[in-house]
Design a protein around this ligand. Structure first.
Ligand code: CMP
Length: 390
């Protein structure tokens, strides 16, 4: 990891902050001690969650009380430091790079990840104000489990899918809630005389409605009148239909999210990159295996001057603008950028922003090297383009 250069955009004061950010937040650990830290973090999360679960068994809670305390204090301490460091280094996230540091921290603190982090250390804060055996604290401590998602690509895709479809999901929840209200009221109307203890009020009947609409059907409350049974039949059918809706929405969004990550797997896209035109079919297939994909909205900062480089980019669709020293340069479909820092082992030398929504193909530095080693022609072409840019 190299130091950020002095000057330019104020990064020189924060190279330590940048290191902290990279160590904590890189999804893929490339350095040994980043990897070690991630493993320790995962172990700590698992241990603390296991401790919370085991502590709920009275005989274990008494026998190993001091052990449970040690695990809890250790993990609370570690997660609190972790949260503070993440909050402090939040301005280093590329999308927040141009914000005031406190604005960037506020933006970060509002993300799902940050909220989970905060909730999982809340027992620490709350312990000062409420009695220690407050039951909600156990639930908050178990939320730590979700911290693991940070290091799981699959989980990130699933969360992104839920986030993308949150409006549709909310809408289907509203419809479900409406159905609970309507069917519970109808059941109350028809059954309250026959079974006053079970359908005596609408809230009582709502329990039945929820159990029925979700197709769980405990069978603890059942209609006995003919009208009640007709309503029940309607409720069951509506329940099946309405539950299928959110499942379909999530499944579809998840498939799309995965597809988005896999859009690289098309020949057409690589064929439009002139750099790869000298490759034969087998070589193209191989390069395709190395490429990852990313879509970005317009006006997003993609590469930040002074940042350490991990990959280079190919524009598969859309247009980006390089803030080169000689003036702005636009790069469109088929062009590449971010090669200089990789090949010269130096920080990024320009900011690059998307002009339109873009689809990018990402190639990691190590993979670039191995491709160049096997294809001197590619190496020659990249170097030629690079020489022109200097
Ligand atoms: P890198 O230094 O890794 O990150 C910024 C990138 O901007 C750089 O690689 C080049 O790919 C690109 N770049 C820099 N200067 C120019 C230029 N004059 N014309 C086109 N691209 C450039």
């Amino acid at each position: 990891m190299s130091e950020a250069p002095a000057g330019g955009y104020g990064l020189h004061q924060s190279s330590f902050r940048r290191r902290v950010h990279l160590v904590l937040d890189s999804a893929i650990a490339t350095e040994i001690w980043t990897l070690l830290l991630h493993r320790t973090y995962v172990t700590l999360v698992l241990t603390s969650v296991a401790a919370v679960v085991l502590e709920s068994m009275p005989e274990l809670a008494i026998r190993y009380a001091s052990w449970f305390d040690v695990v809890e204090m250790l993990s609370l301490g570690a997660f609190t430091v972790d949260y503070m460091l993440r909050l402090w280094s939040a301005p280093e996230h590329t999308p927040y790079a141009e914000m005031h540091p406190w604005r960037a921290r506020w933006e970060w603190a509002r993300t799902g990840w940050a909220i989970i982090d905060l909730l999982s250390i809340l027992p620490f804060v709350l312990a000062f104000f409420v009695p220690a055996d407050f039951k909600v604290l156990v639930l908050l401590r178990l939320l730590r489990f979700f911290k693991l998602a940070r290091y799981s690509a699959g989980m990130r895709s699933l969360l992104a899918a839920l986030e993308a479809e949150r409006k549709a999901l909310m809408a289907s929840m509203m419809v479900l809630l409406g159905l609970v209200l309507v069917t519970a009221s109808a059941m109350h109307l028809f059954e309250h005389e026959a079974q006053p203890e079970k359908f005596g009020s609408i809230p009582d009947a709502m329990w039945w409605a929820i159990v029925t609409l979700t197709t769980v059907g405990y069978g603890d409350v059942v209609p006995v009148t003919v009208a009640g049974r007709i309503v029940a039949g309607f409720t069951m059918i509506m329940g099946l239909m309405m539950l299928a809706l959110p499942i379909g929405i999530v499944a579809n969004a998840f498939a799309e999210e995965i597809h988005r990550r896999e859009f690289v797997v098309t020949w057409g896209m690589l064929a439009r990159v002139p750099l790869f035109s000298s490759l034969d079919a087998a070589e193209i297939a191989e390069v395709m295996r190395y490429l990852r994909s990313q879509t970005m909205p317009a006006q997003t900062l993609i590469v930040r001057k002074g940042e350490d480089a991990r990959c280079m980019y190919f524009v598969a669709a859309g247009e980006v603008e390089v803030e080169a020293t000689s003036g702005p340069v636009r790069l469109g479909e088929g062009r590449f950028f971010g090669e200089m820092a990789l090949l010269r082992n130096q920080p990024r030398n320009a900011n690059i922003r998307s002009v339109t929504p873009v689809k990018l193909l990402l190639l990691d530095g190590v993979d670039l090297r191995s491709i160049m080693d096997r294809n001197p022609e590619i190496q020659r072409r990249i170097e030629a383009v690079m020489a022109e840019r200097v």
